[in-house]
Design a protein around this ligand. Structure first.
Ligand code: PLP
Length: 430
């Protein structure tokens, strides 16, 4: 592995003109220390940095690249699309095709609106929920991340968890006043919130599989409970599947857990690595959105033809027989291999996976919410992370993020990863 001299130079220069040197906080390595490689290109399962190092990539642009980097069919579709222009600001058949593809993939989804990010998707979904119910309050879960707009940047996960600014300065007190933050997986807390504020709560928004405080699974009955409590009180249930959508067995939490949310937010995978988000749900709610209805929401680049092309191509490949199963098989293999490494060393930690998502907490106790996630040994994680990076394996630079898998990862990549992980663990523990 070459020293990352050029990366360090570029990082120093970037810090002069870009806050913290990055365009999204967790990229900066703040929680693990050190400085990030600057990336020159991605291909398949690999990232290549400007110093000539290759990494097996397990964060995959934070989730979107379920086929890996620069999948040849996605690249070819984009090459053809770009020659037809980069943006029209007028309707296209591509938007219709992607809308139909997503609706066909996601059970219970009736209408969908494309936006440019997951943040926009959750912001807009809540606007619809408030309009539909005429109520102001929203329930979210501590450690769930739904993007960085004001009303949901309250006790959030992801970068906000590492930064220690779950309540960011600059968020007007009014914006957060109507957000009730409850412990994940705690139905009693939800019941109590509805007992106190039931006629004021427009929606419960949840990551049905939580991926922004590390990977945390819903306890059996949690999602079902949310569904029945919200129905009972006339509030909407919003599944934020920006991260877990198209990465769970069956393609979605709705399919996997057999639950029918009122609204859904999507992003990442449906854009194939280009900027996309989407929100959708039942026709009676989505027809409130302008111009069909009075809830205003718009976007200069929404439904962008390049983004639609990349998303559509990726989803169609993902739906080919055996593709999702193959990615899930590799995830399970990695998780099994990591657990074997841990138990061989007598360590009380466990990796877990679901679909093409995986995670590893350096905590001896089970993690089921934000508080229990915080008990993880973040120093050990930081040492493990750097030891792994030096061996050419790049996982998300935080204990509180998920791992991802792609179709491009080979069994040889997994073998190399596990060998590196064993050595990295030994180095981190030494
Ligand atoms: N919702 C979830 C569950 C996410 O994981 C994320 C981003 O990681 C978002 C929303 C925000 O999406 P974006 O970063 O595209 O704004």
């Amino acid at each position: 592995m070459n020293d990352r001299v050029r990366s360090a130079e570029l990082f120093a220069a970037s810090r002069e003109v870009i806050p913290g040197g990055v365009n999204s906080p967790v990229r900066s390595f703040r929680s693990v220390g050190g400085t990030p490689p600057f990336i020159a290109r991605g291909e398949g399962a690999y990232l290549y940095d400007v110093d000539g190092n290759r990494y097996i990539d397990y964060f995959l642009s934070w989730g979107p690249l379920v086929l890996g980097h620069a999948h040849p069919e996605v690249v070819e579709a984009l090459r053809e699309a770009v020659l037809r222009g980069t943006s029209y600001g007028a309707p296209t058949e591509l938007e219709l095709e992607l809308a139909r593809e997503v609706i066909d993939f996601y059970p219970g989804l009736e209408m969908i609106r494309m936006v440019n990010s997951g943040t926009e998707a959750t912001m807009s979904a809540l606007r619809v929920a408030r309009a539909a119910t005429g109520r102001p309050k929203v329930v979210k879960f501590i450690g769930n991340y739904h993007g960085h707009h004001d009303s949901l940047l309250v006790r959030a996960g992801s970068g906000a968890m590492d930064m220690g600014v779950p309540d960011s300065p600059g968020v007007a007190p009014g914006a957060a006043r109507d957000t009730l933050s409850l412990p994940y997986n705690d139905l009693d807390a939800v019941r109590e919130a509805f007992r106190q504020h039931g006629d004021q709560i427009a929606a419960v928004i949840v990551e049905p599989v939580a991926g922004n405080m590390g990977l945390v699974l819903p306890r059996p009955g949690f999602l079902e409970g949310l569904r029945s409590i919200t129905r009972e009180h006339g509030a909407l249930l919003v599944f934020d599947e920006v991260l877990c959508g198209f990465r769970l067995p069956g393609g979605s939490a709705a399919a996997h857990f057999g639950i029918d949310p009122d609204l859904v937010t999507l992003g990442k995978v449906i854009g194939g690595g280009l900027p996309v988000g989407a929100y959708g749900g039942k026709r009676r709610y989505m027809e409130l959105v302008a111009p069909a209805g009075p809830v205003y929401q718009a976007g200069t680049l929404s439904g962008n033809p390049l983004a639609m092309t990349a998303g559509l191509t990726q989803l169609r490949i993902l739906r080919r027989p055996g593709v999702m199963a193959e990615i899930e098989r590799k995830t399970a293999r990695l998780v099994e291999g990591l657990n074997a490494l841990l138990s061989r060393r007598g360590l009380p930690y466990r990796a877990q996976g679901i679909g093409s998502l995986w995670g590893l907490f350096f905590s001896a106790e089970p993690v089921y919410d934000y508080e229990s996630a915080l008990k993880s040994d973040t120093r050990l994680f930081a040492r493990f992370f750097h030891a792994l990076l030096r061996r050419g394996v790049y996982i998300a630079p935080s204990q509180f993020e998920s791992g991802f898998m792609s179709l491009a990862h080979t069994d040889a990549d997994l073998d190399a990863t596990l060998e590196a992980a064993g050595d990295a663990l030994d180095e981190a523990l030494a």
